[in-house]
Design a protein around this ligand. Structure first.
Ligand code: BV8
Length: 233
């Protein structure tokens, strides 16, 4: 059943780990989730990085390496095709740090939790694309310091990226679609309420109900590679 986009001029789509699951990337909270193998506070907080940067680099190096062996799936591609055909405004906000939306061709895209393929120098602030492993010996080519590079990822307790742009879009949207996210992590988990306050129709597309399923106007459950092409097709 595809959605009828008549009278829809502005859309915000929020994606989470579930949209990349069928490409072969682990989600976080399911039984084989990433966090199970790595305590969050050890690998996804600034304190954890301070305590053991080598462990954090190892965690992100493994995930970065995995990117070269996975491809965007039908859900990523359906969103990219829709963006090209839709005459109104659409903003795709992803919590994911993988590059599958980018490789699928989405352009109006915000990586609110950062990107695996970027690193940041904690000394000079330079942000660079990377495809190789980071280590505590990595050299910042801009300031020449060693051991100052970190993944350009938003850890727990850090400010997500481009929140002003996201909240502006939520305040004007008439359709909000949440795809493949459990709704555990804030402020992303509260975006559907911002959209609701703006009068938007809110939809959850997920494998199973997220934390805030009862707050959505419409919920469809199943794999993203089926739901997303159907909904945006
Ligand atoms: C911040 C990068 C200050 C790392 C990540 C209230 C307001 C503001 C903050 C908080 C608050 N309450 C608590 C906080 C603090 C904290 C927080 O939310 N804690 C939680 C645990 C309670 N938030 C923060 O620290 C954030 N920063 O608050 O700054 C501030 C204050 C006010 C206003 C603004 C800012 C920063 C959080 C970012 C942390 N970094 N990622 C990395 O990726 O390595 S979070 C990480 O976990 C992901 O990015 C993602 O966001 C989250 C995982 O969630 P999901 O994507 O939903 O994945 P999950 O596995 O949980 O679920 C998968 C879903 O997919 C499931 O529902 C499943 O059913 C579905 N699925 C599976 N397969 C499929 C599928 N669906 C469809 N098809 C399939 N095949």
């Amino acid at each position: 059943m595809s959605f009828y986009f008549t009278n829809i001029n502005s859309i915000v789509v929020l994606t989470g780990a579930g949209i990349s699951a069928e490409s072969g990337l682990s989600t976080f909270r399911l039984k084989d989730g990433l966090w199970d193998n790595h305590p969050v506070d050890e690998v996804a907080t600034p304190e954890g990085f301070q305590r053991n940067p080598a462990l954090v680099h190892e965690f992100y190096n493994a995930r970065r390496q995995q990117l070269s062996s996975v491809e965007p799936n039908a859900a990523h591609l359906a969103l990219s095709a829709f963006e090209k055909s839709f005459s109104g405004n659409i903003l795709l906000v992803t919590q994911n740090v993988d590059d599958l939306h980018d490789r699928a061709g989405s352009h109006n895209l915000v990586h609110m939790h950062g990107e695996l393929l970027k690193c940041r120098c904690t000394a000079c602030g330079t942000i660079k694309e990377i495809r190789s492993d980071l280590s505590t010996d990595s050299l910042c080519e801009d300031c020449g310091r060693k051991g100052t590079l970190r993944p350009d990822i938003v850890w727990f307790g850090e400010m997500p990226m481009e929140l002003d742009r996201i909240y502006d879009a939520l305040a004007q949207c008439d359709l909000f679609v949440s795809i493949g996210t459990s709704g555990n992590v804030y402020p992303a988990a509260g975006f559907f309420q911002e959209a609701k306050m703006a009068g938007a129709h809110t939809v959850e597309l997920n494998l199973d109900p997220g934390e805030h399923a009862s707050g959505f106007d419409q919920c469809l459950y199943g794999p993203a590679t089926q739901l997303v092409p159907e909904f945006f097709g």
